[in-house]
Design a protein. Sequence first.
Length: 291
Amino acid sequence: MTGATPDPDYAGGCDRVLTAVPRADVMPCSWTGDTRAEEVDAGIVALWQAYGRDRDAALRDRLLLHYAPLVKYVAGRVGTGLPSHVDVADLVQSGVFGLWDAIDRFEPDRGLKFETYAMQRIRGAILDELRAQDWVPRLVRSRAREVERALERLETRLQRSASDAEVAAELGISVAELRELYAQLQLTSVVALDELMAVGRGGTSIADTLPDETAQDPSAFLDSIESKRLLAEAVSQLTDRDRVVVSLYYFENLTLAEIGRVLGVTESRVCQLHTRAVLRLRSKMLEASAG
């Protein structure tokens, strides 16, 4: 019988009685899970008590490690509403300082749940760091949100784009003040060029949209290869003399007079041969492209 041991108090004969002893690997899952959770909770309570008494850095580090997943959770939630250039890892780094501060300030005797308190401190630390890195004053950010909400209300109500006069009336300011506000809000409209170019392009970066002036057009390159193949085939079908004239004139860069001296004919005769060769090549190229 698996997990059974002999009863040492039994002194009978050959028939021995076995008393089952529970083992951890055959315990019900709910029992082992509950027991482990209770042990962890008891350990954390003891850790808090020891840290509250001694304020030892090693105990604080153990608490930091235990509650570290809270930082990642809060950073992920805050990061969902931020631009893509904001790195969640930077938010986590700021959140760790918030967790550190929460551990130092937390008072277990007040009966508060630490997780709730810590999440507020972590979120506050992340937002403080974001504000510190923002070059736009908070008042301007606030006014920008007011304008956005006013535009949304007007466009919903009017079912069209609102004019400056309508937006100014909605905000309770003059048109001149609204335009001055727009000038201030230009600071909040800084957008990464890559993000702007990626709109409607499925995430294509700006590097993929800039033309390379030195690059060869693929279609033109293929057309060039095909044209060269057809021309070589057409040249091969010329007579020997016509082929020599074409080769010397176009590939060796000889003049008609020099070709005449090579072939032992007059320059005018070379001109006739060249004209005939070009006409034949043109005809054969047209036939090839039509076919």
